[in-house]
Each structure stands twice: as C-alpha cells, then as structure tokens.
Design a protein around this ligand. Structure first.
Ligand code: EPZ
Length: 422
C-alpha cells in the first residue's frame, strides 16, 4: 500500500498552482446524465474520485474520455441503465448524486445507499424528501433506493439543513420537471453556484444562484456544450497554511478570494496579513506573530469543515489556546490523535477541540483517516525535522492532484513508498 515518506524541516519556496474544484467537478459530471449530447469539461482535476465517477457514468451508458489530463469529453447517447451499483457507490458516496439527473432523464432510478464514512453517518434522507416532493415514489430495499415518477412536477421544498448533496441532487432532478421548483434553505457553497452556472449554460432556468432560495423553472430540453470548472478553494486553503509556515515563500496560484472569505477572515483575525498580486496569494506573517482563535465550522458562507483539519494543524503551533467546534460532521476529529503523535497538544471534548500551541511538530509515523485529515498530516510532516511516514494516503489521492509532485517543486523532500499492511 502507498505511503508518504517525508523528511521535514526543508525550507519550501515557490508557486503552487490550484487545480479545478473536486466538489464542483463531481456534481457537474453527474449533470451530464440529464441530457443527450456531447459535453466538454475543462479544468477537471485528475483525481481518483473523478475516475470512480467516470466508471459509474460508463456503467450507465455514457462515454467518458480524457482529451488531456484536465479535459473530459462526455458523450451521452441515452442511458443504457438506470442503476448505480453498490460496488462503485461504496467507494465514493458522492456517486449518490447521480440519482437526481437519472430521474430527470428517465423518471426512474435505482441507486445504492452510500452507507456511512469515517467522518460521519451521512444519511441521504433530505435528498429523498426532495425527490418525493417532485412526485417520486421512493422504495428502499436491500441497500438500494428505487425512485419512480409518472412525471416530475415542480414543488416547494424546504430543506431541514442546507445539505450540499441534497441541494445538488434536487436541482438536477428539477431542471426538466414540469413547472417551478422553489428550494428553500438551499446550500450556498461556490461549488453549487458552479453546478447551477453549468446547467444555465445549457439552457436551464435557475434563479437565486448563490442564495438560500433557488427557483428552478423546468425546461423541455437542454443543450450540452463546453464548461470550465472553478478553482478548488479547499486545495487553495490547504496550501495557504503551507504559505504561512514558509513565511510567505510559498505562493498559491489561482485561488479565488471570494470563495474563501470566512477562511481568510479567520486567518486575518489570527493576525495574518493576506498578500495578493495577480493570481498569486501568500502570507508572510510569521507563526510567532499569530494569535489563537476560535473556529466554528458552518455551511457556506461560514467556516468550511473541509479546512478544519488544516487550520487545526496551523493552530497547533500558534502560542496560546485555540478552539475548534465541528458542527457539520459528528466524527471529524480523527486527525487529532495522529497530530498528537507528532507532538501537538490537542484535547477533544465532544464536538470541540482545544488546541494548546506547541513550539514545533515532531516527526512520527501517522495514518490518514480521511482526505482532509491526510492533508493536515502532510503539512505537519513537512515542518517536523526528521522522517515522517504518512500511511493510507489513498485518502489523499481522492482530493489532491499530484500532491507530491507539486510539493517537490517547492523543494520538499517527499516521496511515495510502498509499505506492508496498515
Ligand atoms: C459535501 O458533502 C462535500 N463533498 C464534503 O467534502 C463537504 O465536507 C460537505 O459537503 C460539507 O461542506 C462533496 O461535495 C463531494 P452535506 P455532502 O450533504 O454533500 C447531513 C471533502 O473533504 N445530512 O452538506 O455529503 C450530513 O450527515 C468532502 O471534499 C443529512 O443529515 O455534505 C452531514 O452531517 C468531505 N441528511 C451534513 O448534513 C441528508 O440527506 C452535511 O452534509 C444529507 C446530509
């Protein structure tokens, strides 16, 4: 199994470019199920999750081809199946977001329930409530959800929680439904705006993009075409923490400030000065000058849960007591025990983590438990003198394109090695 061997304490320097947003590319790829035609998607990150979803689309009858590393051509000549099977959905729960677009195209779908994951139970009840409101009969048998409707009809849907996945699934089911759908308390993440803009570029009628009230007027037909995915704000945030630890020698290329307001505001509250020039962003403020802070993860535009582990890693070496409250996922502190193996001083109290700043990270052998936790351990390893081994990096491969290549370009000593078992 692959692991990273990192010899830390090397001064990192240079520009690190941001790829396309994983969490925009995934729902946009699902949306190619909505209408027959040829789609050209640009700035698609070359990630394991994208490959997995491409396999799901191919099983449903689409053709997915790489025109180059980050450009996909998707050809939909009609679905050959309406079933997304457990073997694929279990490896990537975001594949559940094929259900809405299959329903829009076929008015019936059979999709495996995704099951839980390391960071939480992650049910799909809000997705199903939305499909029912649009006129679907829902049955759950043997781990599969089956939905069918004579006709999808627009409806008013109020989400109990602004779930990203439920918002995306319902929007895609509603774009070709009869009449108007009003989605209240919708999620507002920039990746959802990107999905909506992609659908509108094909002729969908969607109002209120970026707000918590999205209004979709169903249309007969959509017109597939070309679309470019937004940059990945979570990848950008991850590398901005590296920029701080490098005293600004690492500069992040291609981040979109507007997508990262709450994260940048928190860094500024800690005393960081954000520098920008052209499409470069960096922070020269030394860690010693930063203050502790309190973070509460929230749906967008609140502080993103996907940057919780990364800012915790930073706070671990900021003098004083910081606090993080994780309100989105019930089990997203798996990185704490691994960071503490690297010499940090973090205590967990329910969904709160108390972080007592320490002088520096220590090298150690640690294990990635999920995508963002893995990224936080790599950051700590790069700044711990000595050899750190990070195992289970298959989690990291899901969401960071060519991580070790990008870091080596900055002067990092990181290599992918094979380790037994773990
Ligand atoms: C998306 O997951 C992202 N994944 C996650 O990023 C991200 O952490 C999450 O949104 C929150 O921002 C993708 O976009 C592929 P949710 P999603 O539905 O859609 C509960 C990463 O690191 N809920 O907003 O699954 C749920 O259990 C990943 O890139 C219900 O109770 O998130 C959770 O506690 C990790 N019922 C909360 O809502 C439902 O029907 C947020 O889930 C749906 C969700």
């Amino acid at each position: 199994m692959d692991a990273y061997r990192i010899v830390g304490g090397k001064g990192l320097e240079g520009e690190i470019a941001i790829g396309g947003a994983k969490n925009a590319a995934l729902p946009i790829l699902c949306a190619t199920l909505v209408e027959k035609g040829t789609y050209i998607l640009k700035n698609v990150p070359a990630l394991k999750d994208i490959k997995t979803l491409s396999k799901v689309l191919e099983k449903l009858g689409l053709r997915v081809e790489n025109l180059d590393k980050n450009t996909l051509k998707v050809v939909n000549e009609g679905l050959k199946s309406i079933e997304a099977t457990y073997d694929l959905v279990k490896t990537m729960r975001a594949s559940f977001t094929v259900m809405g677009p299959i329903l829009a195209h076929e008015k019936r779908a059979k999709v495996s329930l995704p099951g839980g994951c390391a960071i939480g139970a992650r049910p799909v009840d809000l997705h199903l409530k939305g499909f029912e409101a649009l006129g679907c009969e829902i049955q759950i048998h043997h781990g599969y959800v089956e939905a069918e409707a004579k006709e999808l009809k627009g409806a008013k849907i109020v989400l109990d929680f602004p779930s990203v996945g439920a918002t995306e699934n319902i929007i895609m089911a509603a774009v070709k439904a009869k009449g108007e759908t009003i989605l209240e308390n919708a999620a507002r993440e920039p990746e959802i705006d990107d999905l909506c803009n992609f659908l509108v570029s094909m002729g969908a009628k969607i109002q209120g993009i970026g707000t918590s009230k999205i209004v979709i007027e169903g249309v007969e037909k959509l017109y597939p075409g070309e679309y470019t995915i937004i940059p990945d704000r979570i990848e950008a945030g991850t590398y901005l923490v590296l920029s701080i630890l490098s005293k600004g020698k690492v500069k992040v290329k291609g981040a979109v400030r507007e997508h990262m307001d709450s994260f940048l505001a928190k860094l500024e509250e800690m005393g960081a000065e954000i520098k920008e020039e052209g499409d470069l962003m960096w922070i020269e403020t030394p860690v010693e000058n930063l203050k502790p802070a309190i973070v509460k993860t929230m749906p967008h535009p609140g502080f993103p849960t996907d940057l919780q582990a990364q800012i915790m890693t930073l706070m671990s070496v900021v003098k004083g007591t910081s606090e993080i409250k994780e309100t989105i996922f019930e089990n997203r502190f798996m990185h704490v025990s691994e960071l503490n193996r690297m010499g940090t001083n973090i205590k967990i109290d329910g969904n709160r983590a108390l972080i007592e700043g320490v002088e520096k990270f220590e090298y150690a052998e640690v294990m990635a438990s999920d995508l963002r936790a893995g990224a936080s351990l790599v950051i700590a390893g790069l700044y711990a003198e000595g050899e750190t081994i990070v195992t289970r990096i298959y989690h990291i491969d899901r969401g960071y394109e060519a991580l070790e290549d990008k870091l080596v370009k900055l002067g990092a000593h990181i290599e992918r090695i094979k380790v037994e078992g773990v």
